[in-house]
Design a protein around this ligand. Structure first.
Ligand code: AMP
Length: 277
C-alpha cells in the first residue's frame, strides 16, 4: 500500500494509472471504523485501484465546531487500510490543500441551507470544495459515500450532475454498532450514559421502519410517532423530517423516493441518523 502526502506525488501516481484501469475513491476524515471499511470494501470489489483520502477538512467545520478535537488516529487508519487491501492512502496537509485566497464553491441554495445546512451554514460549501479538489486530483471513476450522511450524498450527486463530472457517486448503506447506534468517528465523545440516551435515535428509526412496513404512509402520523419516541430521552432534537430526494418536505411516503432524517445533540455531540425508505 502506498501512502502519499504531497499533491505532486498524487498527481504523478494518478498519471501512472493506465486508462483501462478503474479507480474507486473513498473520502474520509480518518478515525476509521466499520462504516468507512464498508465503503472501502465496496470500492475494492468493483475497481482495480482503491484510493482512500484521510484529511480532516477545516473548511467544513463551523467556527465553534470540533475541528481541533476531532479524533486523529492515522497509525490505526493506515493499518486498517492495509488489511483491507487499499491501493493508496492520500493524506495531505491542510497548507498543501488550501491557498489562503482560494476559489470557493457555493452549496446549492435550496438543498444546502436546510437541515444540517440550517444549523451549519458553511458546512456543505466546505464539503463540496474539498470533494471537488480531491476529485480533480484523484480522478476516480466511482466515489463511495455513506447514506449515513444523507444530505451530503444527495448534494454531492447534485454537484456531479451540475458540473457535468464523469464520476459515479455510489451511496452505501449505514453501518451500525451492535446496540443499533450508527457508527461515527464522533461516537467516541459519548459517555456511557450519553450513549444510552442516544439509543433512542436508532430505536426511533426502527419504529418508523416497522410502521412503514406495516403500511403507514401518512407523514403526520409517522412524525408524531417519531417525536414521541425521541422525546422519551433527554436529548436536543434539531430535526426529524420526512423529505424527498430533493430534500423537500413530503406529506406521504413514496417508496424509493423518501428519506427520514434525524439530527440531535446528546451531551456535546451532534448525531445524525436516517432511513432511506
Ligand atoms: P467521515 O470520515 O465522517 O467524513 O466519513 C467518510 C465517509 O464514510 C462518508 O461518506 C460517510 O458517510 C461514511 N460513513 C461514516 N459513517 C458511516 C456509517 N456508519 N455507515 C456508512 N457509511 C458511513
Amino acid at each position: 500500500m502506498k501512502i502519499i502526502q504531497s499533491i505532486c506525488e498524487m498527481k504523478d501516481y494518478r498519471a501512472g494509472i493506465t486508462n483501462d484501469k478503474r479507480v474507486g475513491f473513498v473520502a474520509t476524515m480518518g478515525a476509521l471504523h466499520q462504516g468507512h471499511l464498508s465503503l472501502i470494501q465496496a470500492s475494492i470489489a468493483a475497481n482495480d485501484y482503491t484510493i482512500v483520502s484521510i484529511f480532516v477538512n477545516p473548511t467544513q467545520f463551523g467556527a465553534n465546531e470540533d475541528f481541533g478535537a476531532y479524533p486523529r488516529t492515522l497509525e490505526a487508519d493506515i493499518a486498517l487500510c492495509e488489511r483491507a487491501g487499499v491501493s493508496t492512502i492520500f493524506a495531505p496537509n491542510v497548507d498543501d490543500m488550501y491557498d489562503d485566497d482560494e476559489v470557493g464553491l457555493f452549496a446549492p441554495k435550496k438543498m444546502g441551507y436546510i437541515l444540517e445546512g440550517f444549523d451549519r451554514p458553511t458546512h456543505f460549501a466546505g464539503v463540496l470544495q474539498v470533494v471537488l479538489k480531491l476529485f480533480c486530483l484523484i480522478k476516480p471513476h466511482c466515489a463511495y459515500f455513506g447514506q449515513k450522511d444523507a444530505q451530503q450524498v444527495l448534494i454531492l450527486q447534485k454537484m456531479v450532475c451540475d458540473l457535468f463530472l464523469d464520476i459515479e457517486i455510489v451511496p452505501c448503506p449505514i453501518q451500525r454498532d451492535s446496540d443499533g447506534l450508527a457508527l461515527s468517528s464522533r461516537n467516541v465523545y459519548l459517555s456511557v450514559s450519553e450513549r444510552q440516551k442516544a439509543l433512542c435515535i436508532p430505536r426511533t428509526i426502527m419504529l418508523i421502519k416497522k410502521s412503514i412496513l406495516q403500511g403507514e404512509r401518512e407523514v403526520a402520523t409517522l412524525r408524531a410517532m417519531a417525536l414521541q419516541s425521541l422525546q422519551s430521552e433527554d436529548i436536543t432534537l434539531f430535526y426529524a423530517q420526512f423529505c424527498n430526494h430533493k430534500l423537500e418536505p413530503i406529506t406521504h411516503i413514496v417508496e424509493n423516493e423518501s428519506i427520514f432524517l434525524i439530527a440531535a445533540k446528546v451531551g456535546q455531540t451532534r448525531l445524525l441518523d436516517n432511513l432511506w425508505i
